[in-house]
Design a protein. Structure first.
Length: 162
């Protein structure tokens, strides 16, 4: 940590969580010093960068939690990394929700054709076909009145020829 401090720039202090001798106590001290040396906007950006670097450290020393605890909620939520992560999470949730909705509708159609509820393993196989083959292929197989084998194959494990 002394080498980073010797550089004399607040920028270099964001690498403190990666220093071999960094621990919770001295990291808190560095953050207090950064807060005193920088304006609020710069502190927010430096703190967010420090969280990202601490989180990337594979030594799992919990230093990201220390940095995060020293930053206000507003700083964390206004940070670009946080906003982008939140947007990605929302999009993933939409996609997952849409896929679950498709699965529920298509599973209901298969159940109607079978005249019984799907077993758990059958639901899993249908979900796998939906994920790999896509909703159009699965829907075509379900609604093709000519091919009983085709829609029943949706309840079996996928083969390389499917």
């Amino acid at each position: 940590m002394a080498e980073l401090e010797a550089r004399g720039s607040a920028f270099w202090m964001i690498f403190t969580p990666l220093a071999a001798d960094a621990d919770a106590r001295n990291l808190e001290t560095v953050l207090e010093d950064l807060r005193a040396r920088t304006n609020e906007r710069d502190f927010a950006e430096l703190g967010a960068a420090m969280v990202a670097l601490a989180d990337a450290d594979k030594r799992e020393r919990g230093l990201a939690d220390v940095v995060h605890s020293c930053l206000s909620r507003e700083i964390v939520m206004q940070n670009r990394i946080y906003r982008e992560g939140k947007a990605m999470g929302i999009e993933e949730g939409r996609v997952e929700g849409f896929a679950q909705g498709q699965l529920a509708v298509l599973a209901r159609q298969v159940e109607r054709r079978l005249r019984r509820p799907l077993r758990t393993d059958e639901q899993e196989q249908l979900a796998e076909h939906l994920r790999v083959d896509g909703p159009d292929v699965v829907a075509d197989a379900i609604f093709d009145p000519e091919s009983r084998e085709r829609w029943r194959s949706l309840l079996s494990p996928r083969t390389s020829t499917q």
